[in-house]
Design a protein. Structure first.
Length: 119
C-alpha cells in the first residue's frame, strides 16, 4: 500500500491544523499512524490508530494536543493538531503502524507534508 500525506502549511504558535492521509488501496484493515522528522533531527513517532479506530497511542510530546481520526468510508486518516508549537515543525508522514517488541513500529510511509509553526 502506498500512503500520501497532505494538508501541511504555515501556522502560528497556538494554532491548529489538520493533516490528511490517503492510500492506494483500502485502509480499513490497517492500523495507520503518523511519524515526523524535523530539520536536522531523527525521525520520531507521533502516534498510531487501530484499524477499527477504537485504540490509539500517542507520543508523550503530542499527547493531549494531537489526535488521529479515521473515516474508513472515505478511506482517509487524519491528524488533528492543536496548540501547535515551533518544536512541532517537521515533515509529517502517515505510515502503517503496529505494536512490536516493546514499542510501536512504523513502515511504508510515503511522501510527507511540511508543517511549519512560526510567528
Amino acid at each position: 500500500v502506498q500512503l500520501q500525506a497532505s494538508g501541511g502549511g504555515l501556522v502560528r504558535p497556538g494554532g491548529s491544523l489538520r493533516l490528511s492521509c490517503t492510500g492506494s488501496e483500502a485502509l480499513d484493515y490497517y492500523a495507520i499512524g503518523w511519524i515526523r522528522q524535523a530539520p536536522g533531527k531523527e525521525r520520531e513517532e507521533v502516534g498510531c490508530k487501530s484499524s477499527s479506530g477504537g485504540g490509539s497511542h500517542y507520543a508523550d510530546s503530542v499527547k493531549g494536543r494531537f489526535a488521529i481520526t479515521r473515516d474508513n468510508a472515505k478511506n482517509m486518516v487524519y491528524l488533528e493538531m492543536n496548540s501547535l508549537q515551533p518544536e512541532d515543525t517537521a515533515v509529517y508522514h502517515c505510515a502503517l503502524c503496529r505494536y512490536g517488541v516493546g514499542e510501536y513500529e512504523y513502515e511504508h510511509w510515503g511522501q510527507g507534508t511540511l508543517v511549519t509553526v512560526s510567528s
